[in-house]
Design a protein around this ligand. Sequence first.
Ligand code: 5AD
Ligand code: SF4
Length: 480
Amino acid sequence: MARGCGMKMKISKTVYINTMGCQMNVVDTEQIEKILSTIGYERTLSLDTADLIIANTCAIREKAQQKAFSFLGRLAGLKKRKAGLIVSIGGCVAQQEGERILKRMPYVDLVFGTDAICRLPEMVQQIEVEKCRVIDVETTTSVNEFENGIALHNHREAAKFVTIMQGCDNYCTYCVVPYVRGREKSRASGKIIKEIRELAKSGVREVTLLGQNVNSYGKKEGLCTFAELLRQVNEIEGILRIRFTTSHPKDLSDDLIGAFHSVEKLCDHVHLPIQSGSNAVLKRMNRKYTREEYLTKVDRLRQACPGIAISSDIIVGFPGETEDDFLDTLDLIKLAGYNSLFTFNYSDRPNAPAAAFPNKVHPAEQKARLQSVLSLQESITTQKNSELVGSTAQILVEGKSKKQRLNDVNPNGQAIQWSGRTSTNKVVNFIRNDHEGPGDELLPGKLVHVEIEKALAHSLWGKLVEAEPFGLKGKKYYAA
Ligand code: 5AD
Ligand code: SF4
């Protein structure tokens, strides 16, 4: 079989990849797709006709893991009906469960861990030839390196994730990540910059720098600081916006806070997971900050960048969380004035110390607390969104909106609903009903101005007022 040498391979086989979980898995899936193309696999959206099926799984919460197993369960019948089908599981559940999956699911041919993606071609070919079962959950201390940029040339998406580090050393007591993604390891800044330059050349306009704790980027390896990396990315021609996720509050340095003021392309949004508003719970979670320290950082961020949007993660029902602890969380949510929130019911995870903590909160109580958080945040978000009606927002167009609303199609039937994000990470859908400026096909990847006409719970709607060609207008001047 011809490989490498830049030769285009004849595509003969297809792979269906079900990506579950976080952005790390989204990036891993892109890498899986790229590396499997070297042995002739093309991505398909048809489960029934695929030659190879991969479940790229997430283990962060119990529910995510159940979802992975229920997807795999559905494949047992398919495997029986289709000779030669290869069923495979990758990602965090594969890393965590390893051998147990082969024992429990006789129809699974391949189990590969989070560090084994680079060895996929050999493993798949071995299964094709020998009809055997293979497992590889080896971990490594070095970072997985893939030249994403080249693979992504075909996609022409406006916004992309770029992994800058993997793993985590924080050991929050509820979290499985250090056990399934390994120790923290950062990529060399030169490689990151090279990859982003390639992405920019291929039409990508926004990059989100990805890691479990980006603020501690390069510390271990003695590389540049994360704020310095942001300044380097800011210099890359063609890139219009920079985002990053996730930041651990304890490592949010003054230098990084200052970057929201001084790094022109850095978007006005930070995801800063608090997890709980109770100091007692934060201590048991091993988060290494207090609510007071957290709120001081929120104030500093708002001083550096007055319009900054802040989002967060909250876990409700952590073992031993009392009613008063929970009230502290509600209070903190109000004080922080989050723009959006991701909320989770605590669940025990294998290896995570909190699984052995006493005083588990009853599921019914957890459910009620989750509901209280959701409705509080919904009222805050609705209020914040409604304040934006009538303002003009600069958005980066990502593509057509998901929900095409028939009523909004203009009389000529030519309007298309587009979707993009503000610098503050709000989704704005808009109708293009003029015929000036760039052609519709050129809209994705453009910064445009949209007048906000309507605020819904999770998105904003507006109309295009100016489609400008490439170029950053001073980022601080747009209300949304
Ligand atoms: N139970 C519930 N939520 C969890 N998270 C991580 N581990 C758990 C767990 N065991 C949440 C945290 C984290 C987000 C990605 O998932 O809020 O920030
Ligand atoms: Fe998990 Fe804590 Fe690391 Fe985040 S910082 S990945 S919650 S251990």
